[in-house]
Design a protein around this ligand. Structure first.
Ligand SMILES: [Mg+2]
Length: 385
């Protein structure tokens, strides 16, 4: 029998607004909008009192104030939030052997196999909530489920101050009536396409065959087929578990042709990028290792402008380093290696103005990852550029 996993997703309720209300008692019970500029800014967090008026994060502040004119606008106090976040994560690490941060105020905790030591997952969840309230002074919502997708979904079902358990037996009862927009990866565009097909709930989505889903979503068809059944095999990866991800290859003889080395480097970059994405990690530093001549080895690094898991961005850095070295006097290469270091977790924060080119590259990466998963490595490769 397969082990049932016990994954917790813990998410602070209206985090920034809750910290403000904790620190300024006059704000308690009042609609609060945390954001930087009254007219041009956007809402970072709306308190639950403000949410009843339709205010929410990422909304233009002008719109939020039209909906709730008497809301109190508070400038974000970053230091208080990161202090509270540190306390919360210290509690997580105290109770769970594996903690994967998703953002400043949420994380996955893996309690699989800890029952004898820590007691049932639900007791740990209650203790986490109690400690966050007692030690940090804010509330959190917790989802407990056999996998990450369902745990994250569960934590959202009874917010604020919620505790929702999904067991293998209750997956269908909880999942099927929900709107398809609850499915990870179903954004407004996909939701609209599904709406046109009469698909509103997860139950409707599950009624579509694998072939229909493949026809509709191409390589993402399988993703939706699995999620509609509550299946997700992603593991909880502790932050700091991997300090770098790298691939290297030693050749039987020195390669005289730079183009051949470059091709190997491209495949290594793709493999590193794929592993980053698989673990939800991003890198800030790309390092090349080149061995040539009489075992002379050099390493060259490039720090990226922003952390990334996008293959094209990593390739631009890696090929840039290689080309510069090759131009300065190429010598036949014995070993080439590519590493991504300074790893961090991808921010769960939604980008308000997503860069369109970057979004395109990301969907290309996702499509290629899906094909790799289905048909194995070597089944698809991008053109060397
Ligand atoms: Mg939150």
């Amino acid at each position: 029998m397969d082990t049932v996993h016990h994954i917790l997703h813990v998410d602070m309720d209206a985090f920034f607004a809750s910290v403000e209300q904790r620190d300024r008692p006059e704000l308690r019970g009042r609609p609060v909008l945390v954001g930087s500029d009254r007219r041009r800014g956007v809402v970072a967090t709306a308190s639950y009192e403000a949410r009843t008026y339709g205010c929410h994060s990422a909304q233009p502040m002008s719109v939020a104030l039209r909906l709730c004119p008497h809301a109190v606008v508070v400038r974000p106090s970053g230091r208080a939030y990161s202090e509270a976040s540190k306390q919360v994560f210290a509690i997580f690490r105290d109770v769970a052997p594996k903690v994967e941060p998703l953002s400043i105020d949420e994380a996955f905790l893996d309690l699989t196999g800890t029952e004898r030591l820590l007691g049932p997952a639900i007791d740990v969840a209650r203790a986490v909530k109690r400690r966050i309230l007692g030690e940090v002074g804010i509330t959190a919502s917790v989802g407990i489920a056999p996998n990450k997708f369902l745990a994250k979904l569960a934590s959202d079902l009874e917010k604020p101050d919620g505790l929702t358990v999904i067991t293998p037996e209750t997956i269908d009862e909880i999942l099927l009536p929900l709107s398809v927009t609850r499915i990870w990866g179903v954004g407004p565009k996909t939701a609209e396409r599904l709406h046109h097909l009469g698909v509103e709930t997860v139950r409707d989505l599950r009624a579509l065959s694998r072939e229909e889903l493949d026809g509709l979503f191409g390589v993402s068809g399988e993703h939706f087929w699995r999620l509609a059944r509550g299946l997700d095999t992603r593991r909880v990866v502790s932050a700091g578990a991997a300090r770098s991800i790298s691939h290297e290859q030693t050749f039987e003889e020195d390669l005289e042709d730079p183009a051949r080395v470059r091709k190997v480097l491209l495949h290594q970059t793709e493999a590193v990028a794929r592993r980053l994405r698989k673990h939800g990690l991003r890198t800030k530093t790309v390092t090349l290792k080149i061995r040539y001549g009489a075992f002379e080895t050099i390493t060259r690094s490039k720090t990226l402008d922003a952390p990334t898991d996008v293959t094209d961005e990593l390739w631009r850095a890696a090929s840039g380093i290689f080309d510069r070295w090759a131009r300065s006097g190429y010598r036949p290469v014995r070993l080439i290696g590519m590493a991504a270091a300074h790893l961090g977790h991808e921010e769960a924060q939604v980008s308000l103005f997503p860069d369109e080119t970057r979004e395109k590259m990301k969907s290309l990466d996702q499509a290629m990852d899906d094909i790799q998963r289905r048909f194995g490595s070597g089944s698809i490769r991008r053109e060397g550029g």
